[in-house]
Structures are given as structure tokens and as C-alpha cells.
Design a protein around this ligand. Structure first.
Ligand code: NAD
Length: 262
């Protein structure tokens, strides 16, 4: 991996702590030679993100809440001032409420907020990135299998992820002429802050672990390594793709009869 991203500069949004998928991606990008900038959402995360950024020698752009366009602009203005242009953006952001009830009861407020934060924000970032990716670039977002199939307790998040995956295809078509590629990694369940907010998350982890072809769950480091493929020139012929990093869980048509039951 060493050197695969040498000379590339980009921003990673979504580090909350050292269990975040965004952190796994940041570590892998730095190991591959990239210069990285991070943002954080609010003061509570500032004190977690700043020491992590220092570990990687990463730039900290400050607070960025994707529901507040001014903070997104401020982050990209800071990137322009510091680096002039960028090569990659990682969007590892999601938010959803009412995940323990029924999807059919989703309120318009919850639907709009979840869509805005978990889906539209990718487009908002792509709009800003387009202006700074003057030599082309790569944008990666994070999705989950709940976009494709019903998953318990995922509700509005599943619908938002389906829209996110569709956005990847539309953004890829729009930005391809500028050599800007847009792809998604559909990660298997990983114990992060956001994941712990899903009721039955332990059951989901166990179910994936015993049934997936690799018979284990994936790690943030494995997602990070796959992100390096998308963010580096190794994937220069690939765009609009949703790539599963889930120990193969998505290929199953039926659960393995030999999987341990408890
Ligand atoms: P995490 O809690 O570590 O990260 C979620 C991030 O979203 C946090 O940094 C949070 O600050 C950020 N965020 C939420 N609302 C925001 C807003 N309004 N503005 C800016 N940032 C905001 O959890 P994670 O699991 O690493 O999640 C990262 C991404 O990976 C999400 O898109 C998630 O859906 C996706 N994903 C996670 C899993 C999993 O099992 N953990 C599986 C597949 C996909």
C-alpha cells in the first residue's frame, strides 16, 4: 500500500473516535502517503478528533455540520487556502432516528433529516469538491446492505442508503467528464458509535459473523484498505460502483445451514 497515494491530498469527514470507519480510512490513506485533512462535528468531538489528527499529522479544518451549508463552505474554503486543489473526499456520515420502531411510522421530519444528513450531504460535498478537483479526483461514501434488502432496525436509514447509492451513480455520470470518480463502499457491520445506536446491533454482528463466507466480521482497517484502492489511481477505470467489504455476506441467498445457531 505504501506510496499508492503519495502526493494526493484530501479531506475525510466522519471521524468521531478511534472506532470510526473514517478513522480506519484516514490511517490507511496516511500509510499510503496521502496528506489528510479532517473535520469534526461539534465541540464534543473536537477533543477526540484533534489528538487523532495529530497522530497522523493531519490538518484539522474545524467544525463541519452538513446541515449547515456555511460550515461546509468554510471547510472547503480552508482547503482551497491551504492546498489550492484536492484529490479526494471521503464521506462517512450518517444519521437516523426512530430505528427501533416500524419504518411505516417514519415522520416527515425524521425522513427529511435522515435524507439530508445521510444522503444529500454527499451531493453537497461533491458540489464543493468539483471546484477543487482541478486534476480530477475520487469521492468515496459509505453504505450498508440495508440499502438493498430489508434489515432489522434499519428503517429510514435503509431508504437513505438506497438513495445514497443512487446518488453515487448520478454523481458519477455528472462528474466523470472532469475525471472525478464517485464510488461507495458497502461495509459489513462494525461496532462504531453510530452502529451501537441500532437496537439489536450485537445480534446483527453475530449473524454476519457466523453466516458470512469468511465467517468473521470486517474491521475498519479492512475498509480503510479498500478505500485506498478507490482513492488511489489503482481504481482509475472505476466509477459509480458500490463495492461490498462485508466478508461476502451480500452473496448469500440463504443462511449457511452449518452456521452455529448461538
Ligand atoms: P461513527 O459514529 O464513528 O461515524 C458517524 C459520523 O457521522 C460521526 O463522525 C458523526 O459526527 C457524523 N455525523 C453525523 N451527523 C452529522 C452531521 N450533521 N454533520 C457532520 N457529521 C455528522 O460511525 P461509523 O459506523 O464509522 O459511520 C460512518 C459511515 O459508515 C456512516 O455512513 C455509516 O452509515 C456507514 N456504515 C457503517 C457501518 C457499521 O456497521 N458501523 C456499516 C456500513 C456503513
Amino acid at each position: 500500500m505504501q506510496g499508492l497515494m503519495q502526493g494526493k491530498r484530501g479531506v475525510i469527514l466522519g471521524v468521531a473516535n478511534n472506532r470510526s470507519i473514517a478513522w480506519g480510512i484516514a490511517k490507511a490513506c496516511q500509510a499510503a502517503g496521502a496528506d489528510i485533512a479532517l473535520t469534526y462535528q461539534g465541540d464534543a468531538l473536537k477533543k477526540r478528533v484533534e489528538p487523532l489528527a495529530a497522530e497522523l499529522g493531519a490538518l484539522v479544518l474545524g467544525h463541519c455540520d452538513v446541515t449547515d451549508a456555511a460550515t461546509i463552505d468554510a471547510a472547503f474554503d480552508a482547503l482551497k487556502e491551504k492546498w489550492g486543489k484536492i484529490d479526494f473526499v471521503v464521506h462517512a456520515i450518517a444519521y437516523g432516528e426512530q430505528l427501533d420502531g416500524r419504518y411505516v411510522d417514519t415522520t416527515p421530519e425524521n425522513f427529511s433529516k435522515s435524507m439530508l444528513i445521510s444522503c444529500y450531504s454527499l451531493t453537497a460535498l461533491a458540489q464543493r469538491a468539483e471546484k477543487l478537483m482541478t486534476d480530477g479526483g475520487s469521492i468515496v461514501t459509505l453504505s450498508y446492505y440495508g440499502a438493498e434488502k430489508w434489515m432489522p432496525r434499519y428503517n429510514v436509514m435503509g431508504v437513505a442508503k438506497a438513495a445514497l447509492e443512487a446518488s453515487v451513480r448520478y454523481l458519477a455520470a455528472d462528474l466523470g467528464e472532469k475525471a472525478i470518480r464517485v464510488n461507495a463502499i458497502s461495509a459489513g457491520p462494525i461496532k462504531t458509535l453510530a452502529f451501537a445506536g441500532i437496537a439489536d446491533s450485537r445480534l446483527l454482528l453475530k449473524y454476519n459473523e457466523v453466516n458470512a463466507p469468511l465467517r468473521r466480521n470486517v474491521t475498519i482497517e479492512e475498509v480503510g484498505d479498500s478505500a485506498v484502492y478507490f482513492l488511489s489511481d489503482m481504481s482509475r477505470g472505476v466509477t459509480g460502483e458500490v463495492h461490498h467489504v462485508d466478508s461476502g455476506y451480500n452473496v448469500l441467498g440463504m443462511m449457511r445451514p452449518d452456521a452455529p445457531k448461538d
